[in-house]
Design a protein around this ligand. Structure first.
Ligand SMILES: [Zn+2]
Length: 250
């Protein structure tokens, strides 16, 4: 009697058939580094020059709002001079050409995914080109500097305007929507992230529990590299377009 064949796992079937139905892509600073935006955690990155407790926490903002606003004004000004790179463009192509759903969850506060043409996008750490009024909770598109005296266009109050970015100690945005996507994912890609910042670092485990194939694309093995079924290392502008090509052409 031949033994009954065990059914293939869903990630393997999808991979063989090249027809993932629900791709979740997590992106981080490594993706935008080649566009000229500094990373935060790498050697020589922004956190080697600034103490995050001074410039990226609610306590830091309460202590010295001018310092915090100036820090983000610099980030916002740098943003005006960068353009999406080949990796951003490849991910936008994936969204438009892949027959299944593709959602990007980005930890980046830049808007390079949008500039490349991505539309199905979640900014879990907020956006540098938006301001948030702590007095009335209104969000505003914002391309200029913010200073302590900047008034909220909605409520008119000064002193509460801040960049609409998630600081250390604050809850990332859209966690419920992200969890829904992770539970539906059959392919999870992690691109350019250091793998040591929760909750994003835990997404690979969530995706695996739900049966997704998991792939890390990063310059070098991240701290969480061993959690992935597959890992591809190299510059994002090289490995991401090549991987997207592989997905689209089977
Ligand atoms: Zn307001």
């Amino acid at each position: 009697m031949p033994r009954a064949l065990r059914p293939l796992p869903k990630d393997l079937i999808a991979g063989l058939m090249g027809n993932y139905q629900h791709i979740v892509v997590l992106t981080g600073a490594g993706l935008s580094a080649e566009s000229g935006l500094s990373t935060f955690r790498d050697k020589g990155g922004i956190w080697s020059k600034y103490d995050y407790r001074d410039v990226a926490t609610p306590e830091g903002f309460a202590r010295d709002p001018g310092l915090v606003l100036d820090f983000y004004n610099q980030r916002r000004r740098a943003h005006a001079h960068v353009a999406p790179n080949a990796a951003h463009v490849a991910l936008a192509r994936l969204e438009h050409e892949h027959p299944g759903e593709v959602i990007i969850v980005t930890q980046n506060i830049d808007t390079l995914h949008e500039a490349a043409g991505s539309q199905n996008l979640i900014h879990m750490h907020g956006e540098i080109l938006k301001a948030l009024c702590a007095s009335c909770g209104t969000r505003h598109a914002w391309a200029k500097d913010i200073v302590v005296d900047t008034r909220c266009p909605a409520c008119g109050k000064a002193g509460g305007m801040r960049p609409d970015v998630v600081w250390f100690g604050e809850m990332p945005y859209h966690m419920e929507r992200i969890a829904e996507h992770l539970s539906a994912a059959d392919l999870f890609l992690s691109i350019g992230t250091s793998g040591n910042v929760y909750p994003a670092a835990g997404f690979v485990a969530e995706a695996r529990i739900n049966g997704a194939h998991t792939v890390e694309l990063n310059l070098e093995p991240s701290e969480g590299a061993s959690l992935f079924a597959e890992a591809i290392h190299g510059p994002a502008t090289a490995v991401v377009p090549a991987y997207v090509e592989r997905l689209l052409t089977g």
